[in-house]
Design a protein around this ligand. Sequence first.
Ligand SMILES: [Zn+2]
Length: 391
Amino acid sequence: MPRDSIILGLSGYRIQRIHGGNPVIMNVRYTGEVTCPFCGSDSLRTKARYIRKLRHDNYGTRPCYIHLQGRKYLCRDCGRYFNQRFPGVLPRYRSTEVYRRHVFRNHMDGICSKTLAERERIGSATVERWYQSLLEKRVSERKNSPCPEALGIDEHFFTRRKGYVTTFCDLKHHKVFDIALGRSERSLEGFLNSLRGRDRVKMVCIDLSRTYRSIVKKYFPNATIVADRFHVIRIINNHFLNTWRALDPVASRNRGLLSLMRRHEKNMRPDQRIRLEEYFKGHPVIGSIYSFKQELCQMLLRKTCCPKTCRKMIPRLIDLIAQLQNSGFDNLVTLGNTLDDWIDEIVCMWRYTKNNGITEGFHNKMKMIVRRAYGFRNFANYRLRVRALCA
Ligand SMILES: [Zn+2]
């Protein structure tokens, strides 16, 4: 790479003179071949010369301008006039692409538009405009890409006026496929119909939402619906704790005991286990419900099982659900009915390791995006940023 290209970060240019102190000014000439942008001919006649003044990437900490000599040409073949085009500089822009990318990167790294504008001596609206246009460029590269094979669907809150947003996440490649406004079938209808390659989707992971289940059945006909492990375990824990509260309201307010009840067995120290067992000695019913819950949770936490193992485990799961339904405790009966309703999706859970943890992680990142922008009103802007930054 010639010396001038290394200094400029643009190839095909020659620096003729460097002057000025702050800002640094470089007189630059393009040395490459010039052709007609309309017909590609190189039979050209010079009609005029002009200087293009462009903002360029900083020289150290000082701003830098390029004074680029350009020409106006007449094409001898097609008879049209045109101003010379330069690689790395867009027509009519007053800055180089290298510099625009520099501002984009700084803004994306978290420097707010006002600080960045003051530092770079440009307007904050310019920062915003460049950021937006480079985001659009990024997103347009992935436009019309077909649906991924493993999809995670979940909702998150957007604004009070617009309500909720549904996230479609590519679980295999760990990125957000797209987001759409609304969470009901009617509001998602248009978006779902516009998706390409819906029959490519093999697996969809959802939380225990009936709306999403009916949407998946209708719009992704070849997909296996898999329940999200985290939500299943959470619902079991919630119903179990509510039952405990109904049986022993005093002890369930004891925070130390509550923490032990919630804890996973493998995370328990021997002295904690002894304390819990002592409590169960006085309350044998709660003890038996607790050990029942442990068995159920351990069973549902299994993953990557082969079909044979799954088939072996199904009768026991059906038995546990029937026990819940016949237990006589309101909360447990509700839990049993819910699990019974979702048994197909829960059994599918054993076959996979993927769950909506990835989607939930992206929701966290989206919250960051919202906070950094001090909130969004426009869903299109929000979607653009999410698609550009969560991929
Ligand atoms: Zn021409």
